[in-house]
Ligand binder design. Sequence first.
Ligand SMILES: C[S@@+](CC[C@H](N)C(=O)[O-])C[C@H]1O[C@@H](n2cnc3c(N)ncnc32)[C@H](O)[C@@H]1O
Length: 217
Amino acid sequence: MKRTLTKTADGSYTLFVPELDEHYHSIHGALQEAEHVFIKHGIELFKHQDRIQVLEMGLGTCLNAYLTCRWAQENQKSIFYCGVEAFPVESAVIAQCLDALGTVDNKERTFFSHLSYGECQALGSFELYPLHATWNSLRNMEEFDLVYYDAFGPRAQAEMWTMEHFKIAYDALKSGGLLTTYCAKGQVKRHLKSVGFEVESRPGPPGKREMTLAWKH
Ligand SMILES: C[S@@+](CC[C@H](N)C(=O)[O-])C[C@H]1O[C@@H](n2cnc3c(N)ncnc32)[C@H](O)[C@@H]1O
C-alpha cells in the first residue's frame, strides 16, 4: 500500500493513502484527534483500574499506542495493549511521525519504531503486543476493557464498519467494556446497537461534530 507523509493542522503527521484517497488521521490535527477520541474518551474512563487491557484495530503509526503508553506512565497504570495491523508501517516512517510530536524520548522512539510483530515487548508498565493480522481473522480474543476502533472511514473501507466486524470487538470485550471511535455515522451506530452495544454520542475532535462510544453491558 503506497503511503505519503502529510502534516496536519496541529503540526503532527499523518499518512495519506492515494489508493483509498484517505488519511490515517484527521487533517485538522492527528494528535488532537487521538488525544480526544482514544485518551479522553477512551483510556481516561478506566482510570479507576490499575491494569487496563486495550485492543486496537489499526496500530498504524503507533500514535494511539504511544499516547496510551505516556498516559500509563503519568497515571502509574499497567497496560496490556494489543495492536492489530494488516499493513505494518515502516520503522523510519513511525520514527518520523513520533519525532514531529516533540515529546518522544529516545527510549520511546526506539521502542515504537522497532516493533517485533507477534512478540510481547514492554516499556515500563506498558506491554505492547503488535499483531500482524486482519481484524476479521481474529479468533478467541477476550477479556479486553477497551477497543480503540481506528479503521479507515466507511467511505474508504465500508467492510470495516459492518456488524460482522463489530461482533469481533463485542466478543473481545469484558462486560463493562468500551469501544471508542471517531466515526459518528448513523448506519455505523445502528450496526453497533444491533450487535448489542449501548451507543452514546460525544462531541468530536476539532473538525468533527460528534464521535461514538459503544458500551458492552
Ligand atoms: C486510520 S488508520 C489507523 C491509524 C493508527 N491508529 C495510528 O495511530 O496511526 C487504519 C489502519 O488500519 C489498518 N488496516 C486496514 N485494514 C485492516 C484490517 N482488515 N485489519 C487490520 N488492520 C487494517 C491500516 O493499515 C491502517 O494502519
